[in-house]
Design a protein around this ligand. Sequence first.
Ligand code: AHG
Ligand code: MN
Ligand code: MN
Length: 339
Amino acid sequence: MPIPHPIHHNPKLDEWLSAQGADLELRQTVLAMAAATAAIAGEIRQLALEGTAGLESGIINVQGETQLKLDDVCNQLCLDLLQQVPVVRYLVSEEIDHVVTNTYAPGTHDFAVCFDPLDGSGNIATNNTVGTVFCVLDCTGAQGDAEQKVLSSTRNQLAAGYALYGPATLLVLTTGKRVAKFALNEMTRLYELVRDDIRIAPEASEFSINMAYAPLWPRPVRTYVRNCIAGKSGPRGKAFNMRWAGAMVADMHRVFIKGGHFIYPAMPKKGEPDGKLRLLYEGIPMAMLAETAGGAAMAGTQRLRDVVPTSIHQRTPVSLGARDEVMLLAGSPDLVRAA
Ligand code: AHG
Ligand code: MN
Ligand code: MN
């Protein structure tokens, strides 16, 4: 069945997806998500004009976090656009406690889209960068109820992407072959291809972590960061820089473009034994993008994409980006010796 909503039309994005070998169903799904992000970009600017961007919705979400009105608006836009795609059977959102089942129409496959509609929402009040991050899973043939089907399909990841609402609105996408960057044309409201060969260099001299939690980090993270900031005279023998935007999408975008290493570790001493970031709609999408760009993605000492989730809002430690740095932190014996 064709998609009735004209907003899904985005010829250059569709062309790129076709060139990646994406079938019609996957293209429709990604185009719907892209349309949602274009609409979100407009909402963010509109609320800023109205002076209401930082207002709270009055709801504490399933994460126990205070929801902004904008979190809710962005969530609704993602739901509204994705639910018009017949193949999108299941939706998992940071803002909804359960798996939403789409009853629009049966497709030939069952896809799940897992999304964080507004990443870094704490940045909204100060007009700093925020984003949207998502992945598409193929649940076709999976067993059990909706939640079990989604949880057992995280290794069948068909696509991942994020939008970055900064000075320009960007969309970074992969279907597992290449990582491409699109920019939103503000006149046509359509995404245009800017670059389709984003690679993360294996070495890096920049890391990204919230230093305020240093006393709470696990020992390997403390040692790793201490060695980085020791600079040229330290065990690493080179100077490192540090950046923290407070939105994973913004911090990871810098890693994709300039190289680097993003870490949000487990912090048992802070009551966060699995860290803060969520596996299904923050960790797994960024891991697919990072690995496809030649980088690495670990959850502690385990490859992040190999973690089998047991709940949809499960958290995960993340270490993402430059392969040598990620593997050094994960304790790869060769690299530990080299350091
Ligand atoms: P969200 O706004 O979707 O809840 O995500 C915010 C996350 C992530 O984007 C960012 O890296 C991290 O929270 C920042 O956490 P700290 O405030 O602990 O630094
Ligand atoms: Mn987030
Ligand atoms: Mn969010």
